[in-house]
Write a protein that binds this ligand. Structure first.
Ligand code: 3UK
Length: 519
């Protein structure tokens, strides 16, 4: 398949939004959310109004707009509205804590924050100190007006319905997505206007085979790179319909969407597939009878989950690996070619290589570090020169993953080369959980590693040294779990706590987490 070419003047909003009107798809349904359906024509007008409203707040080309939104029609409205005026939307995780948001506002220097009203309490204590923020735009619940901030609904109504796209190029910065690392704060991965269409063609069109009559539902939210492709750019690339759900994805909420909206494509993470399967009632009969393909990413999908899902739901799960840096899936199983227990083969348009510590290629059957090259790679991390140098080497990106390639060219995941954990498909830094634990007055020190649960999925486990070792008890273990839950995003807390007398350390005092891992 030929590489894509872009005109020199190109704005992603033109491709994903305005093109549908020009090509006669304006009356098709773009979005279904709890408030109802939005056509492509209505969405295009909302995007224009949002762009004009942001401009009215003083946002100019290249300036960041922090977007902390639950899934719904306003997400693509603000995301494309900002890009259409050449500004840079920065969608962020809605599950974080005040201190995380203070950092993201400081690092991005966004002057406008677009925020779901429901998440306002997480920002209330930090907005005062956020020195770059000039405007907060609240979304949803127009009755409530904490801090007397503007409301998106009012701004949209007052804004003009037409807007010419800013004269961006395919190589202009379009949006950022933050990604966590094992040390330090999250890094803003800087993405360009062309990247969205690249992933929509290379993976959405050519692997998933997405069609205009598909109805898609992504349990992974739009602020993740995974969810952004799944539920926004892939369906909008062909004029298909996306179903959005603001609520957290649980087996019950997902089954309800499958039953009521009957999607043809479903995207999830392994933990969610496992928890849906844990209830024997859940099947194609109680779900979507139109499901034709499912996708899993974020962490490796255990073979048994894929096989059992196929038996019960009559659709295969395509496991594929993607990253925030590469924007979407670059290696994947594909329809008609599914090998459960593997991440499949490289997606056409991406090259991968497995190398040893000296950078030399490793032979098939041996594990090596995975590098990837392709047209959707972010250009760097914002304001992080050393971390960028460590990760981006010319056109190649070091993923930090280890893989084994077999003689037929299929790749099997073999773990991380750092201490990072994927929990329910989301990054967790052991260091962050350890810091939360040591903030508890009973704890001297702690080490956090991945531990596999019944479904063969990784969850955090903490080894804790107490200041007074004889205080160890199941009640204290529960109290420590609650303590962490109160300080960090909910998926990060240690599911198991083991009290130990000391932690394994190097001569220089660095915790040797690998000695605490199983196997
Ligand atoms: C791990 C996988 C094994 C791997 C993502 C699809 O997960 C996404 O992005 P993140 O930046 O994390 C990237 C890292 O997650 N991983 C992802 N998928 C798999 N490991 N099998 C898999 N199928 O460590 C990778 O380096 O959060 C996933 C699309 C877009 C994404 N950003």
């Amino acid at each position: 398949s030929p590489a894509l070419s872009f005109p020199r003047e190109y704005n992603a909003a033109g491709h994903f939004i305005d093109r549908h009107l020009a090509e006669g798809r304006g009356e098709r349904i773009a979005v279904i959310d709890p408030e109802g359906a939005v056509t492509y024509a209505e969405l295009a007008e909302r995007v224009n109004r949002a762009g004009n409203a942001l401009r009215g707040l003083g946002v100019r080309m290249e300036e960041r707009v922090l977007v902390c939104l639950l899934d719904g029609r306003d997400f693509p409205t603000v995301f494309f509205g900002a890009m259409k005026i050449g500004a840079v939307p920065v969608p962020v995780n809605t599950l974080l804590q005040p201190d995380d948001y203070a950092y993201l506002l400081e690092d991005s220097r966004a002057r406008v924050l677009v925020l779901s009203s429901l998440l306002y309490p997480k920002f209330a204590s930090i907005l005062e100190k956020a020195r770059f923020v000039e405007h907060v735009v609240l979304v949803g619940d127009e009755g409530a007006s904490p801090g007397r901030h503007a409301h998106l609904g009012e701004l949209l109504r007052a804004a003009a319905p037409t807007l010419a796209a800013a004269p961006t190029t395919p190589d202009d910065v379009a949006f950022w997505l933050y990604s966590s690392g094992s040390t330090g704060r999250p890094k803003g991965a800087v993405h360009l206007h062309s990247h969205l269409q690249q992933t929509a063609v290379l993976y959405g069109e050519r692997v998933l085979g997405i069609q205009p009559d598909d109805v898609v539902f992504s349990a992974a939210k739009s602020f993740f790179a995974y969810g952004l492709g799944n539920g926004i750019t892939f369906p909008f690339h062909v004029g298909a319909t996306a179903v959005y759900q603001p609520a957290r994805a649980t087996p019950d909420t997902v089954m309800r969407v499958l039953r009521e909206k009957r999607p043809t494509i479903f995207y999830g993470v392994p933990t969610l597939y496992a928890s849906i399967l844990a209830d024997p009632k859940n099947s194609r009969e109680t779900g979507s009878d139109r499901l034709r393909v499912c996708v899993s990413a974020g962490e490796a999908l255990p073979k048994e989950i894929g096989e059992t899902w196929f038996e019960r739901f009559g659709a295969h799960i395509l496991d594929g690996i993607g990253s925030t840096e590469m924007l979407h899936i670059f290696m994947s199983n594909r329809p008609g070619d599914v090998r459960y227990g593997t991440s499949g083969r490289p997606v056409a348009g991406y090259d991968v290589k497995l190398v040893d510590d000296a950078g030399e290629p490793v032979p098939d059957g041996e594990d090596g570090s995975l590098w990837v090259r392709g047209p959707s790679s972010c250009v760097s991390y914002w304001n992080q020169r050393q971390k960028s140098l460590d990760t981006f080497h010319g056109a190649w990106t070091r993923t930090g993953d280890r893989y084994v390639r077999d003689a037929e060219g299929y790749f099997t995941y073999a773990g991380r080369s750092d201490d990072m954990l994927k929990v329910s498909g989301i990054w967790v830094s052991p260091f962050e959980v350890e810091s939360a634990l040591t903030a508890h007055e009973a704890v001297l020190e702690a080490a956090v590693v991945g531990h596999t649960d019944e479904a063969k999925l990784i969850k955090p486990k903490a080894f804790v040294v107490l200041k007074r070792p004889d205080e160890a008890s199941p009640a204290l273990a529960d109290a420590l779990k609650d303590f962490v839950k109160g300080r960090l995003a909910p998926y990060k807390y240690p599911r198991w706590i083991e009290f130990v007398r000391e932690l394994p350390k190097t001569a220089t005092g660095k915790i040797q987490r690998f000695k605490l891992r199983e196997g």
